[in-house]
Write a protein that binds this ligand. Structure first.
Ligand code: NAP
Ligand code: G4F
Length: 347
């Protein structure tokens, strides 16, 4: 019998890579999706098979982390061996605009799942997508599993609740539950309102004269950026360990937004200073200035280490987005219009 995994957040960056990873390992994968007025399965469409095919190993089910009854029904029906809770309102800047909603989805969504596991009596393993945002205004550099949490946003606070409730269910009910405290990880599938992808999309569109300017917020913040598929492997390794535990997953390198701009625009032979303007609406009421992780524990206990470094990450994202821009340019030449940068919202 193949193992069964249930993924919340399957339509997101990590959900899509995790689905590929688990299907390649022979798992049956069940994903919870939300109803949306437009298609929201772009990242997993290439994996979807005919649901009437007997060989189908990926199935999507409607549900929501804010809806306990849907979660209970799905868990009863699927009886998964492993649950990966990746679903979240995951945008830090947006969490200041919708703090209560972020608390519901990103914080309470976790206890809804854990309670469903407990009350049904499921013998499943549980992975919680914890975040380096927990460290917030950091009290030490680098950050490890022992570094105290000082979250700086409604998102960080919601993730702190989710982290501790996961530990609590492990300690109270003996559940195999682990927290992956993942530092920023990016890819060609990263959401376009996160800073790395916003930069690589804009730089490549500017290169092809599809866009004239890029509006950003704080350029001084520093992040420990890795490549998402490397981090997916770490999630799975945690779930295969003898005992459940919590792990920092990071590259051990930190870079500023400025350095990301240097590398992304530089790779395209462009000087970003000519194109980037500051728009204060992208500032956050409270900023996380510096993140730098120490993944020694994961390296020793799980044998995990990142394969893709900073420069390679920037290049692979730029290469991907340059191809997208070329396709866009071809369409534009037919339509004959210059599209501005999308500037809806504050992200
Ligand atoms: P993402 O691309 O923003 O994906 C978030 C996913 O959550 C989407 O599939 C989204 O569905 C789903 N979702 C949102 N609200 C939901 C709800 N009410 N019920 C069910 N699903 C809901 O995020 P990601 O980058 O893949 O990150 C995955 C997880 O890791 C998140 O929990 C994030 O907070 C955490 N994390 C990410 C990073 C990082 O650097 N990427 C680092 C640390 C932790 P729709 O497509 O329908 O919106
Ligand atoms: O790309 P970001 O929005 O990522 P952030 O806030 O670090 O959060 C991401 O990583 C967390 C892990 O630490 C995850 F838990 C979370 O779900 C998410 O995936 O912003 C990175 C930095 C910030 O300091 C921000 O102020 O970039 C700065 N920034 C500057 N201009 C900008 C912009 N960020 C965004 N999104 N948009 C800008 O225009």
């Amino acid at each position: 019998m193949p193992k069964r995994a249930l993924i919340t957040g399957i339509t997101g960056q990590d959900g899509s890579f995790l689905t590929e990873f688990l299907l390649n390992k022979g798992y049956e994968v069940f994903g919870i999706i939300r109803r949306s007025s437009s298609f929201n399965t772009d990242r997993i469409d290439h994996l979807y098979q005919d649901p009437h095919e007997p060989e189908t190993r990926l199935r999507l089910i409607y549900g929501d982390l804010n809806d306990s009854s849907s979660l209970n029904q799905i868990l009863q029906r699927v009886q998964p061996d492993e649950i990966y809770n990746l679903g979240a309102q995951s945008h830090v800047r947006v969490s200041f605009d919708v703090p209560e909603y972020t608390g519901e989805v990103t914080g309470l969504g976790t206890v809804r799942l854990l309670e469903a596991i407990r009350t049904i009596g499921l013998r499943t393993k549980f992975y919680q997508a914890s975040s380096s945002e927990l460290f917030g205004s950091v009290v030490e550099v680098p950050q490890t599993e022992r570094t105290p949490f000082r979250p700086r946003s409604p998102y960080g606070c919601a993730k702190a609740y989710a982290y501790f409730i996961t530990v609590n269910y492990r300690e109270s009910y003996g559940l195999f539950a682990c927290n992956g405290i993942l530092f920023n990880h990016e890819s060609e599938r990263r959401g376009e309102t996160f800073v790395t992808r916003k930069i690589t999309r804009a730089a490549t569109r500017i290169k092809l004269k599809l866009q004239e300017q890029l509006f950003l917020g704080n350029l001084e913040a520093r992040r420990d950026w890795g490549y998402a598929p490397d981090y997916i492997e770490a999630m799975w390794l945690m779930m295969q360990a003898e005992e459940p535990d919590d792990y920092v997953i990071a590259t051990g390198e930190t870079h500023s937004i400025r350095e990301f701009l240097d590398d992304a625009f530089g790779y395209l032979d462009l000087d970003w200073k000519k194109f980037v303007a500051i728009d204060p609406r992208y500032y956050r009421p409270a900023e996380v200035d510096l993140l730098l992780g120490d993944a020694t524990k994961a390296r020793r206990a799980l044998g995990w280490e990142p394969k893709i470094g900073f420069k390679e990450l920037v290049r692979l994202m730029v290469d991907h987005d340059l191809e997208l821009a070329r396709q866009e340019k071809a369409t534009q030449q037919i339509k004959g219009a210059l599209l501005p940068q999308r500037r809806w919202g504050a992200a």
